[in-house]
Write a new protein. Sequence first.
Length: 215
Amino acid sequence: MDTAANDARYAAEFHADVAVEKIAEVYAEAFLHAADAKGESVDEKLDEFTAFIDVLREMPKLDNVLASAMVATDEKLALINKAVGNQASPTFKNFLGVVAKRDRLDILRSIHVEATKIVDKRRNRIPVTITTAVPLDEQVFGSLSEKLRSVVGGEPIIKSVVDPETIGGLVVRVADTVYDASLFTQLKNVRQQMIDRSAHEIQSRRDSFRNPEGN
């Protein structure tokens, strides 16, 4: 499923600006702490945040205006109120207002990434990227999900990527660890070759003992 939530999970893997990441983390923690303090569901607040990121994706002009340093804060607040209307909770509207007043709307996506990471960690959800040479059918996808659940020690949140150049047909990435099916196949083949070679040598020695004249 191609949603802002999954985008946030996997954007975290390629986050290059450490300074922005740290600032975004502070805002994300403050946002989730505000929800906790009011006894609200952090999952629901994150869903609300995700929905707003989806709106920005669908309305790039609004996204550009909110991120622009050339637009006054009051104008940005008016646009935000118009965009979210009465659908946004007071907690989320207040959060957007604080971010706007501090001129940090340009890192809103990064804040969403960090908030997603925090909630995923709380819920023991693990982002996993599966790259395959051909699309996975539902049965195979389900089987992989079950196996990954025991491997990662949590609930795998899977992003499926199709790359015809994938060697071995399957590559699984969990955080910084890459499980390459082609590598496993190679290791299995090497192991089998070693077993076959040992068996051949043992058999040759047995034959030499049985037929000493042949040496």
